[in-house]
Design a protein around this ligand. Structure first.
Ligand SMILES: [Zn+2]
Ligand SMILES: [Zn+2]
Length: 347
């Protein structure tokens, strides 16, 4: 049987290994895809570090990774929408197709949701099997490093555009890839003033390139006063919370205007965190939870923004390595001063 290289979590312990494994076989409704480029997600870092979440969720041995693009090389017997040679990116949420959500236009939050490279074999490899329902066809002209980050870019598109932002003041919490991409989407979608709350100084220049108007450090004691000053003492119309950090969540709830929208994307480390619910109630504000990307409304919106030329995610890609050099990629992701943002690996 033909073999391929892959990055595997071989056993229940920290770290990962480069291994040779069998090239997977596509099922009747699957595609076999030759990976062109793949990017490292925060989730992959959790799996690498073997934190409490991954210990409860991941079943080694697992080839992980879920953000990629590639060329279809083989299709299952029942696949009709794709053929060898197609250039695709992956939606990482694998829906069952039959549950209540799936039958109500909410496949991205399927009741039996599986995630590529978390619950199934992933894409840190030469080849990956992808269900047909999770494939998104790209224009051949799209550079692989852009095509492979559409899954996280889609998070930013869905978070920002779950409701309109044109002309509205938006605060984005978090300067990781999710936050930086969200700034870019808000800019491309003609938001009013974009206020970016950042932690890592390295990312200030990327934030500016993505289109932020005002940058405030997360620990600035004048944070609220500055936001109020920038918004005519009203507060922001929209908060995009991309960190999951308790302090950021409360700052966000504090600066969202009366009647505004607090959009929660960042996953909180603690499952129960103290929030000032009364302030939300009296403000008549609302919280919108965001998971994944709407299948496929978000992807069409993202394609529209990319094709318009107004959204360019390239500044968020700071490092490119060969797949074999994955240790360098994880080291850059985990460095304490965060001298990196999105890291792309090439098999
Ligand atoms: Zn991801
Ligand atoms: Zn379902």
């Amino acid at each position: 049987m033909a073999k391929m290289k892959a990055i595997s979590k071989p056993k229940a312990a920290p770290g990962a290994e480069l291994v040779m494994v069998d090239i997977p076989k596509p099922g009747p409704r699957d595609l076999l895809v030759k990976v062109k480029a793949t990017s490292i997600c925060g989730t992959d870092v959790h799996i690498y570090e073997w934190d409490a979440w991954s210990q409860g969720r991941i079943k080694p041995p697992l080839v992980f990774g879920h953000e990629f693009c590639g060329e279809v090389v083989e299709v299952g017997a029942l696949v009709t929408g794709y053929k060898p040679g197609d250039y695709i990116s992956a939606e990482s949420h694998i829906p069952c197709g039959y549950c209540y959500q799936c039958r109500n236009d909410q496949q991205h939050i399927c009741g039996n949701l599986k995630i590529l490279g978390v619950d199934t074999q992933g894409c840190f490899a030469d080849y990956v099997v992808l269900p047909e329902v999770c494939a998104w066809k790209n224009d051949k002209s799209m550079p692989p490093e852009i095509a492979c980050i559409q899954e996280p870019l889609g998070n930013a598109v869905y978070t920002t555009l779950c409701e309109d932002v044109a002309g509205l003041n938006v605060a984005v919490f978090g300067c990781g890839p999710a936050g930086l991409l969200t700034v870019g989407v808000a800019k491309a979608a003609s938001a009013g003033k974009i206020i970016h709350i950042i932690k890592h100084e390295f990312r200030r220049s990327i934030s500016k390139q993505m289109g932020s108007d005002v940058i405030i450090k997360y620990d600035d004691p004048q944070l609220k006063e500055k936001v109020l000053k920038e918004t005519n003492n009203v507060g922001v119309d929209v908060v995009c919370e991309m960190t999951g950090n308790t302090q950021a969540i409360n700052q966000g709830l504090d600066i969202v205007r009366k009647g505004g929208r607090f959009t929660a994307f960042g996953i909180a480390r603690e499952t129960s965190i103290p929030v000032n619910l009364n302030s939300l109630i009296f403000k008549g504000a609302r919280i919108v939870g965001i998971n994944g990307r709407e299948m496929y409304r978000t992807w069409y919106q993202m394609a529209g923004l990319l094709n318009s030329g107004r959204l360019n995610p390239a500044p968020v890609i700071t490092h490119k390595f060969k797949l074999e050099e994955f240790e360098k990629g994880f080291a850059a992701m985990r460095s304490s001063d965060r001298q990196s943002a999105k890291i792309v690996l090439y098999p």
